[in-house]
Design a protein around this ligand. Structure first.
Ligand SMILES: Cc1cc2nc3c(=O)[nH]c(=O)nc-3n(C[C@H](O)[C@H](O)[C@H](O)COP(=O)(O)OP(=O)(O)OC[C@H]3O[C@@H](n4cnc5c(N)ncnc54)[C@H](O)[C@@H]3O)c2cc1C
Length: 406
């Protein structure tokens, strides 16, 4: 599937950013919660698939926005971009939350094999055949476009969990398989937040009046759950220390490995680094398959080819696309060019990070070092994601200044 909403090209990402930046101030603050349907989306940026794969970096997005607005006028938009950074940092310090999501999801999928009633209900929800107004439309929209507005994601997740009483992990999995911006941190923690697991005791309840008002009166579902009790769950774990940032061995030429978590990540390299070759991995490791669904796989493959072209021109060196994180292909490229170091932007918690870890072990056995390098944006912000977003957001002015954006 290719979707007309999101052209998988780096210059399409930049064009969208340039077109949206003038609207990221008062217009965004006043209108962003409105979901008037797929044809009327000028109230939000539609940048998430590009930001999620770092075809656009957060600092680039906010630099463009701050050319048109003061930080005060663009406060709401800036905060939304930092919500993403916050969720990424939160999960980075609690990787077991991602692993327990995967385990729980696998257990629920197993149930589908043996419980025809549950299987029929989940299939009806995914195919938009529940009879719940709005919900069925969002299920179709997600599958057809690879995108849902933030408010629709909240309504959909709430109805899935509390009205249809389906397992939340299967809903999160449905999103992961169809969203072009499908993201381990933002999706898992978004669903946990709706379910009352992320902020213990506090659920998100979808309400017919709120849906009617913010969907431009397109939908007013009846029969929604009136009471939403938080799902039983363990309290969120305490944050563990982040791994220490790595450095490249001095003076060594490198093979730069870009991947679907950071397609423009050559910014992580120190200025003097000699890049002898670039490879862009469009998928994950065979043991850690990624992207989660076919639409994103096709989309990321196109973007990866574009990223390889871009790297070839900017770095003036050979570049190519790999279907996945493949140690044998990387080893061969290193041997041909007599390289002993592969530099890569660090991938946050998720299948790409798991794949990179495995490739690092496989390459180490061949005497080649794979060095993940943390982006400055993440290194500055993640350590603050220890508590809730309201504490984190107090750091935003300092983070903007430290990134040279004020
Ligand atoms: C249940 C649920 C699941 C979600 N799953 C994902 C996901 O898999 N991937 C993903 O990128 N976002 C996810 N979100 C967050 C949010 O819905 C999308 O980022 C947003 O709708 C993207 O549209 P946009 O780019 O037009 O956003 P805009 O409103 O224009 O926001 C600008 C940018 O800020 C970030 N952002 C905006 N809202 C949020 C938010 N609530 N949380 C974190 N970051 C945000 C995104 O990077 C976005 O591109 C989820 C939210 C919920 C409630």
């Amino acid at each position: 599937m290719t979707t007309p909403l999101f052209t998988p090209r780096l210059n399409a990402a930049r064009a969208r950013l340039e077109a949206f930046a003038p609207l990221a101030g008062r217009h965004y603050a006043a209108e962003r919660n409105r979901d008037s349907g797929p044809e009327r989306r000028d109230n939000v940026s539609l940048l998430s698939p590009y930001i999620r794969h770092r075809a656009l970096a957060e600092h680039e997005v906010l630099a463009a926005v701050l050319q048109h607005h003061t930080p005060e006028t663009a406060e709401k938009f800036i905060q939304e971009v930092f919500w993403r950074t916050y969720w990424k940092g939160w999960l980075q310090m609690r990787p077991q939350v991602w692993r327990s999501f995967l385990d729980e999801c696998a257990a629920q999928r197993e149930r589908l094999e043996h419980e025809p009633g549950l299987r029929a209900a989940v299939t009806a929800a995914e195919q938009g055949r529940t009879g719940v107004e709005g919900f069925d439309d969002w299920a179709h929209e997600l599958v057809q476009t690879g995108y849902l507005h933030n408010h629709a994601r909240m309504w959909f997740a709430s109805i899935w969990i509390f009205t249809l009483q389906l397992p939340w992990t299967l809903g999160a999995d449905f999103f992961l398989r169809h969203l072009l911006d499908a993201d381990p941190a933002t999706n898992t923690l978004g669903w946990r937040w709706v379910a009352g697991i992320q902020t213990p005791g506090k659920t998100y309840r979808a309400d017919a009046d709120n849906i009617a008002r913010f969907s431009n009166h397109r939908f007013r579902p009846s029969g929604l759950a009136r009471e939403t009790h938080p799902l039983p769950a363990e309290a969120p774990p305490s944050p563990a220390p982040l791994s220490a940032p790595r450095d490249l061995p001095a003076g060594e030429p490198v093979l730069l490995l870009l991947h679907g978590d950071d397609l423009c990540g050559d910014a992580v390299l120190p200025a003097a680094t000699r890049v002898a070759a670039v490879r862009v991995a469009a998928g994950g490791h065979t043991q850690h398959p990624w992207p989660f669904g076919a639409p994103a796989a096709e989309w990321v493959t196109c973007l990866a080819a574009d990223a390889a072209d871009h790297a070839r021109h900017t770095r003036q060196c050979p570049s190519g696309v790999l279907p996945g994180l493949d140690a044998a292909a990387l080893r061969q490229a290193c041997v041909e060019m007599d390289l002993r170091v592969v530099a890569t932007p660090e991938a946050p918690v998720g299948p790409v990070a798991d794949g990179l870890e495995r490739v690092a072990r496989e390459l180490a056995a061949e005497g080649i070092e794979l060095v993940p390098l943390r982006r400055r944006w993440d290194a500055l912000a993640w350590p603050h994601a220890t508590h809730g977003f309201f504490r984190f957001k107090r750091q935003i002015p300092e983070l903007l200044a430290a990134n040279g954006l004020l």
